[in-house]
Design a protein around this ligand. Sequence first.
Ligand code: ARG
Length: 414
Amino acid sequence: MRKIYPMMNMKASGKKEKVVLAYSGGLDTSVAIKWLQNEYDLDVIAVAVNVGQPPGKDDIIARARIIGAIDAEYIDAREEFVNDHIWPSLKANAVYQNVYPLNTAIARPVIVKKLVEVAKRTGAGHIAHGCTAKGNDQVRFEVGISSLAPEIEVIAPMREWVMTRDDEIAYAESNDIPITVKKDNPYSIDENLWGRSCECGLLEDPWAEPPDGSWEWTVSPENAPDTPEYTEIMFEKGIPVGYDGNRMDGVRLINELNRIAAKHGVGRIDHVEDRLVGIKSRETYECPAAVLLITAHRAMESLTLQKDVLEFKKSVEQKYSELIYNGLWFGVLRESLDKFIDETQKDVTGTVRMKLFKGNATVVGRRSENSLYDEGLSTYAAGDNFDHRSAAGFIYCWGLPNKTTAKVHMKRRK
Ligand code: ARG
């Protein structure tokens, strides 16, 4: 196998150089610990970042050490993930290609931040990740790292080695790497607070309906309860602060809404998307809280924002979504768009009433102290205070360009 820095691994002191590895505890990154030692002769610091993936990871620190990492850290970044990444994306109604709520993509920057922090603290000159050559995540990790710490060298073991899954298992066995491999699970899964992504296996046929086993967080709409459930989402300046009258922190709110919406089959997404590297891929997502909150947030905005702001913001939202997808979170454009978006959210305060039923999260009510809805203007009943006479003059001016053009065309035709 190719060694890129064969002579660079020994410092003058005789100590080995260090690499911070983004560690999940799974097969790929477990094998990577040994591989980085064997191929690069580096000391490995394994870092697992908690962005809300399911619990049960307590043993991953121990496992990293047993495999041979000189150190291992488990960093709880959930609060930062919610406040600095999920809420800004929600304010932007960020949804890639109008379908994918970007659950995997928005977690990458917070993981990158933590890896860079550890690298700087420990004096590691390298960061390694377990992404393959065909996905978007390699781009997000590497562009992210180079935006925060351009001096750090990135190593991508999974892109370099030529191992198949069976080779990895053999490598693990011959290197005494303890692994628990579920051979019968054909899917590649990524999970965090904002959702669950699933690809591979039968899903690679875009004609095949996602098998039951590919869903894990949500019940199927046909098995969801026969009675709807209502929930009232409270927003302050574009950020959800609680539901049904109970205020709570973001991590708890998202966890609870995931549970409630999943029970009604809300948030199942089946999508063929365009990857940054030019490949179309079929993926399914389960994003119960994200779908519920984005739908509710849009409804809050439609009540509190002026028409021109809503319309202009749509183009910003699309740009913002693409930039998250394309790994450009750490950049001047995103920071500048955040300033615009934050300005628009100052009045986005109030409550949205949602109905959860058989796979749908539907807006059924909204109210706000900043509501721009004026019943006196919109009513067709008594109490109307719209000036009916002004409509005719408005239409005269509004239609004047079309009328003028039509007259000229008519003359030409004669
Ligand atoms: N396609 C999604 C993205 O690029 C998710 C990628 C991770 N998916 C997975 N199943 N491991 O953001």
